[in-house]
Ligand binder design. Structure first.
Ligand code: AR6
Length: 206
């Protein structure tokens, strides 16, 4: 079982050094609805895992490649019927041979330092659309990779602020009540450190 943030904070003593730095003051039960997991997202037995896809939805490298190889050929066959996806949007398929029941394919922006505002909006939109799809399809657990921060070059600190803010906002909203757990999945030790540093700013201990 993946620990919740409340458990993680206890284990790792992750409390913001400066509580006033927190963007939000109270987390309440949100601390029991968010997790951080290091490892491959393809191992997670959850309702939905999010894929960092490209507009074709036909597979690629990085986490997309890992998801397609673990899910088997039926995934790309279903993806072909979807006719691609716009940047900032997401589409849902079954999980096939994955332990996850569904895959939500989100298309993050290719990072450009000349269009930081647009990139930020598109990345935020990926997280929001993924959670909307999960809620509409009664997916109670959703796991996110760090969208756009690999091949698409988004600076991981900036991307993590956006991910945490959007997920916090959605979980606190009315439609968000349909989601029991959001799991942030990190691959590298560096990214894990970034999430550990930033999580307490968005989900502070009460
Ligand atoms: N589980 C969890 N996270 C992973 C895994 C895994 N198995 N493998 C890599 N990551 P990326 P992007 C992390 O490059 O930047 C593909 O070709 C990785 O360390 O997968 O959105 C698509 O088809 C990084 O933190 O996605 C697109 O063309 C994060 O997942 C393009 O790459 C995202 O890295 C999308 O690029």
């Amino acid at each position: 079982d993946i620990p919740t943030l409340r458990q993680l904070y206890k284990l790792a003593r992750l409390i913001p050094a400066e509580p006033t730095a927190a963007k939000y003051k109270h987390s309440g039960s949100l601390l029991d609805r968010v997790s951080l997991y290091q490892g491959t997202i393809t191992a997670l037995e959850v309702d939905a895992i999010v894929n960092a896809a490209n507009k074709s939805l036909l597979g690629g490298g990085g986490v997309d490649g890992a998801i397609h190889s673990a899910a088997g050929r039926k995934l790309v066959e279903e993806c072909r019927t979807l006719h691609g996806c716009e940047t900032g949007d997401a589409k849902i398929t079954k999980g096939y041979d994955l332990p996850a029941k569904h895959v939500i394919h989100a298309v993050g922006p290719v990072y450009s330092s000349h269009h930081t505002q647009t990139c930020a909006e598109l990345l935020a939109s990926c997280y929001r659309r993924s959670m909307e799809l999960a809620a509409q399809n009664s997916q109670r657990h959703i796991a996110f990779p760090s969208i756009s921060t690999g091949i698409y070059g988004y600076p991981v600190e900036d991307a993590t602020h956006i991910a945490l803010d959007e997920v916090r906002g959605f979980l606190s909203s009315e439609s968000g009540s349909k989601i029991d757990r959001a799991i942030f999945v990190v691959w590298s030790d560096h990214d894990k450190g970034v999430y550990e540093d930033l999580l307490p700013l968005y989900f502070p201990l009460d």
